[in-house]
Every structure is written in C-alpha cells, then in structure tokens.
Design a protein around this ligand. Structure first.
Ligand SMILES: [Ca+2]
Ligand SMILES: [Ca+2]
Length: 215
C-alpha cells in the first residue's frame, strides 16, 4: 500500500513544477478542507514551498489562505511521516513508507523545504539515534550521506560536503557486494551507522528528513 502511494506521489512530484511566491498566493483554496486528496494536497504543498516569503508581503485577506495552506501541509506531513522530533529549531521526521531509492527520499524531504537528515556532530547523532531507536521502525532509516562518487569518501548529497561526524557499527561501512553507498541508522546495530544500498531494500526501510522549523 505504501509503495503504491509512494510511487503515485513520486509521479506527482516529478511532473509538477515548483511555483514562485507570487503564484502560491494566487492559489484557489477552499476554506473548508476536503477529505484529504493526495494529488491536490501535494500540488498545494509544492506550491506552498516558499510560503514564508509570502507572509511578509501578503495582503491581509490572503493571510488566512496562507494559513490554510499551512494546515494542509501539516495534514500531508501527518500522512507521510510517522513520528517527529524537535531538536534545535529543526523537525526530524521518519517516513511511514519505504523509498524507491535515495533520490526519491530526498525529493520528499525537499517538498517540505528540507533534506535527508544530516548528522553534523555527536549531539545531533545522539538525538537522531535515540529518536530512531524509540520509533517503531523495524530495520533502518536512511539519512544523508553517500560514497557513491568515490568509494569510502562519505559526503552529503545536498552539499557535497564531507560527512563531519560518523558513528559506524564495528566492521561497517563494509560496502557489501560492492553496492552499499548510502548511509543509514540500523536497529540491530543499536542505532549506529551502516552503509546500505541506495535503492529499495525491503518494506521495512524508512527514511528520515530534516525539516525547517520546530512546530
Ligand atoms: Ca560504499
Ligand atoms: Ca554495510
């Protein structure tokens, strides 16, 4: 179920264009939220991507519409993510479904103005590890970090910057079968890091986004 939902949303994400702040304020929005329609909601979400800049110059009459958009975003968040952690003015969210590959996972995070969770230091790692281990995820959560470009050289996909802090489980990363190029947190490894394939592994795989704001 989640896979088909994921695939459907991916089609939407790949075909819809991101619109500007101006366009986002011109959306036709019902005051009364309908039963959540994913296609509609994702369109709104993508267009609402830059809504914070709209608030500053929106006419008074448009503010309510923008707040409605924000509500829709929050509804979609609830639909796509199972658990949330607020940490240092960021919100970390674990997906309810598996990702087709790391690119799809990154696209979902970007739809909310975020990115795959990037571990910058020990404290952030500790927070994310505890969050992951306290969640219901059975196996793994994909986070930012890949050595697909140069084997053994781990960088964030978003910035190309070297991953500044790692906490690998013993004998990891092992690049098993020569195809493990994505970083994840692993339950059987007490939440420590493991390199995994970047493509779909199994239905127990999840991904973790780092989103702006702590609400
Ligand atoms: Ca590798
Ligand atoms: Ca591995």
């Amino acid at each position: 179920m989640y896979q088909s939902r994921s695939s459907r949303l991916m089609v939407l994400l790949s075909t819809l264009k991101l619109l500007s702040c101006i366009a986002s304020t011109d959306l036709q929005v019902n005051n009364k939220l309908p039963t959540l329609n994913l296609k509609y909601a994702m369109e709104i979400l993508l267009q609402q991507h830059k809504y914070p800049c709209s608030y500053s110059w929106a006419a008074t009459g448009k503010v309510q519409r923008l707040k409605t958009l924000e509500n829709i975003t929050n509804k979609v968040k609830t639909l796509l993510f199972s658990s949330f952690l607020m940490y240092k003015n960021k919100t970390y969210a674990i997906s309810k479904f598996s990702h087709k590959d790391s690119v799809e996972a990154m696209t979902y995070c970007q739809a909310f103005g975020g990115y795959l969770a990037e571990v910058d230091d020990y404290y952030e790692f500790k927070a994310l590890k505890d969050f992951f281990m306290s969640s219901s995820v059975e196996e793994m959560a994909l986070i930012a970090g890949s050595d697909a470009v140069i084997e053994g050289s781990w960088t964030f996909q978003r910035t190309g910057v070297a991953v500044p802090y790692t906490s690998w489980y013993p004998r990891e990363p092992n690049n098993q079968n020569g195809i493990e190029h994505c970083l994840c947190l692993w339950r059987l490894f007490d939440g420590k890091m493991n390199d995994e394939t970047c493509g779909f592994k199994n239905v127990k795989a999840r991904f973790m986004c780092e989103l702006p704001g702590s609400n």
